[in-house]
Design a binder for this molecule. Structure first.
Ligand code: ZN
Length: 92
């Protein structure tokens, strides 16, 4: 399950970055990670573009939206508790 929520932020104070935060292109819906990748990143249509430390779109700041994507991994470890029989315990 992947949950996606739009995050409002003050654009004049810069673009937040963090784990699970992505910028979504309003034109094509492509996502670009907010974390600084080793390489530049672009959305599929090329509107939203990021190079090191800079983020912007061809149509201005309104061309992107900040989304938080949380992946809830259902790691259901069925832990079967093995009862080890206590044997050979000399309490005397
Ligand atoms: Zn795009």
């Amino acid at each position: 399950m992947v949950a996606k929520e739009y995050v409002e932020y003050d654009r004049s104070r810069g673009h937040p970055s963090g784990d699970g935060l992505y910028y979504e292109c309003v034109l094509c819906g492509g996502l670009v990670s907010s974390m600084t990748p080793p390489e530049n990143e672009r959305c599929p249509c090329g509107n939203l573009c990021k190079d090191i430390g800079r983020l912007g779109t061809g149509i201005g700041d309104n061309g992107m939206r900040l989304v938080r994507i949380t992946e809830s991994e259902k790691k259901r470890e069925s832990r079967t508790l093995k009862l080890v029989p206590r044997g050979g315990q000399n309490s005397t």
